[in-house]
Design a protein around this ligand. Sequence first.
Ligand code: ZN
Length: 308
Amino acid sequence: MTRFAVTTLGTGAALPARGRSPSAQVLDANGSLYLIDCGEGTQERLRASGANFQRIRHVFIGHLHGDHYLGLMGLISSFHLMGRSGPLDVHAPEGLQAIIDLQLRTSRTFLRYPLTFHIIRPENGRTLLEDEHVTVHGLALRHRLPCTGFVFREQPAPRNLRKDQVHRVPHFERNAVKAGEDLVLDDGTVVPNAELTVAPPPPRSYAYCSDTAYTPGIVPFIRQVDLLYHEATFTEQLAERARETLHSTARQAAMIAREAGARRLLLGHFSSRYKNTEVLLAEARAVFPSVEASSDGCTYAIDQRTIV
Ligand SMILES: [Zn+2]
């Protein structure tokens, strides 16, 4: 089975506190790494995670509050010092390129590798990237700045040849049959693909929703997602504060997971006022039982669904 897993590098809101760093995550899709947000200190935490982070090709920054991007300049600079030559693509709201360019210009740094910015806007379902491993779509979150969430979906795997039928398929036809084509025998007989193959497990998916007020408008775009990371900055006791700052409560995060029919919910972006996550977890669990609280440095693997 190929790997599809997310490591939460930073799970705190706003300030580095109580063992929680600002937002950053790395998604590993079959060895291809995607960085999602890049709060202060992200590169140290990438190093601590053991990830070969030179392999990060794409960075996604959802919005331009400092706790989601202040680590990016350091990472770009370190890639330069480490001799990176491969391209780096940053998908971010308008404004980030000017911030980074100013710092590079001021320090007279001429990067050894191509750095390209792609401007993103919050829009549900917009395709932001398609490569050999994943497609990435945007989500329109509701926050004090334009804020985009991200849905990562694995590219569909080829169909699997049935063990009892493999011998019927000549080697040179196997890729075509795995791609769904029927097999035509020498005498012209057509063997339907369904006799020869079984469907692969459905592609796995991961959604990242931070920062946002309760926004049911995203639900149709994250339906049946395997793992939903949703911010839960506060509990319902501070619902008023959540409304003012356009953040969510743990209960609201769970409501989104329930409405979307998500398989699992991962809470994060916790206010530093919470000594531990018990109260947030309990609040969410009452609405959506399959919930965990994310911790810095933890990896959450997303298993394939078994076909019944
Ligand atoms: Zn924010």
